[in-house]
Each structure stands twice: as structure tokens, then as C-alpha cells.
Design a protein around this ligand. Structure first.
Ligand SMILES: [Fe+2]
Ligand SMILES: [Fe+2]
Length: 239
């Protein structure tokens, strides 16, 4: 684990690093993800501090430590691949600050956004794992293990709220749809850096992972969203 986090280079990793060095799209995507992990850390830390229930606070504290490990791990991968992490993260700072700054006073909305946010992060990482060097892919596996716990916890909290009344279900469906607008308005602010995701490769797979993941999650909750979700994600990414 330590080797993966520290950016230690295996024999196969050496070979792949030569191939990936100076790959601007990869630097940008890793920069976006590294900064996203930092925002996830700040969010979980804030929830741990705000929670008055010791068990819940301890869970968010654990998640915050994991998000910080993810952030540091992606920063180390950027360094190992020859990039300047600060420079790589910079184009995404404003949009991700905007995206993470949009908490509402509505608890169902917050719970849905948190659940979908964890899921979208995992779908993104599954795609990334298929298009990066082997050492980064190995590190992503360790991140996905943590993210699965975060998503499960977020789902449990959301289900508790949804099960309260039929109107809660409707509110949850509306919040899921709003999530797409929330993502669009954040990425639309400075859209050019997000094209790096499509340039890196397998863009169609990225769109497929995101749209099927989104629909599968809503389906599992018994919610329906109308419209072409793949098209929405596609235009959102390439907006
Ligand atoms: Fe994370
Ligand atoms: Fe997470």
C-alpha cells in the first residue's frame, strides 16, 4: 500500500511512465481528480465536525482521512509522472469550489447529491483505471475500495430519508435531476479543461459508465428520471 501511495515505480510502471510523461490530458485529469479528492476531504471533515452523534462523527472522520489519502496519492502519482501537481489542479479549482459549495438547506437534496457524487466519482475512477499507467491503476483500486464504503453509507442515509413518505421519494427524484444541472453549471463555468477527459481516451466509455451508473443507482432506489441520460452526460462533459 505504501508503495502505491508513495508513487514507487515497479518495473512495468517504469515502462508505462515513459509513455505517459508529458501527456497533458493525463496531467489535467489527474489534477482534476486530485483536487476533487481534496474537496471531498474538506466536505467529510466538515460533516464530522458538525455531527452531534459520536458514531456518525467517527465515520465521517474516517472517510475524511481516506479522502486525504486519495488526494495525497493522486498528487504523488502526478509527481511520479513528471507533472507539477499545483499547476495540474489549478484549472479545476474554481469549478470544483463552485460545485462543492452548493449545499442546500434541504436534507433530501443534500443526501441525494452526496450519494450520487460518491457514485459518479467511482464511475469516473473505473474509466480512468482503464486509460492510465499501471501504477496509477493499482492506486485507483485502493481508492475504489474506500469509495464503495462511502457510497454504501451515503445510500443508507438517503434511503432512511426516502422511506419517510411518498413525497420524499418525489423530492429525491427532483434532487437527482438537479444534480445534472448542478454538474453542468459548475463544469460550464470553465469548460475547456474538462475536454481533457475526452482527449485522454475511451470518451464513449466514460459517458457510458457515468450514464449507466446514474440510472442504475436511481433504479435501485425505485426512482425514475425521464430523458436521455447518456446524452445529458455527453453534452455535460463536452459542453
Ligand atoms: Fe475519494
Ligand atoms: Fe468518497
Amino acid at each position: 500500500m505504501e508503495g502505491k501511495e508513495s508513487g514507487a515505480i515497479s518495473a512495468s510502471g517504469q515502462k508505462s511512465i515513459a509513455k505517459w510523461e508529458n501527456n497533458k490530458s493525463l496531467y489535467q485529469v489527474l489534477g482534476a481528480i486530485a483536487y476533487g479528492e481534496l474537496k471531498a476531504y474538506e466536505g467529510a471533515k466538515e460533516l464530522a465536525e458538525k455531527s452531534v452523534t459520536p458514531d456518525i462523527s467517527a465515520t465521517y472522520k474516517k472517510f475524511a482521512a481516506q479522502e486525504l489519502r486519495h488526494h495525497k496519492g493522486f498528487v504523488k502519482r502526478l509527481v511520479a509522472l513528471g507533472a507539477d501537481p499545483e499547476r495540474a489542479m489549478k484549472p479545476y479549482v474554481d469549478s470544483l469550489n463552485q460545485y462543492h459549495g452548493k449545499e442546500s438547506g434541504n436534507e433530501i437534496q443534500n443526501a441525494m447529491w452526496s450519494f450520487l457524487g460518491e457514485g459518479i466519482a467511482s464511475d469516473l475512477l473505473r474509466w480512468l483505471k482503464e486509460v492510465v499507467d499501471t501504477d496509477t491503476a493499482d492506486f485507483i483500486d485502493t481508492v475504489l475500495n474506500d469509495e464503495a464504503q462511502h457510497e454504501k453509507y451515503a445510500e443508507e442515509k438517503l434511503r432512511e430519508l426516502i422511506d419517510r413518505s411518498p413525497i420524499s421519494k418525489l423530492r429525491a427524484a427532483i434532487a437527482a435531476r438537479e444534480m445534472l444541472f448542478r454538474m453542468a453549471s459548475a463544469s460550464g463555468a470553465k469548460s475547456a479543461p474538462f475536454l481533457a477527459f475526452l482527449r485522454l481516451g475511451q470518451g464513449h466509455k466514460l459517458v457510458a459508465y457515468l450514464s449507466t451508473g446514474y440510472l442504475k443507482r436511481l433504479n435501485n432506489l425505485g426512482l425514475t428520471i425521464y430523458g436521455n441520460t447518456a446524452k445529458k452526460f455527453s453534452s455535460l462533459i463536452a459542453a
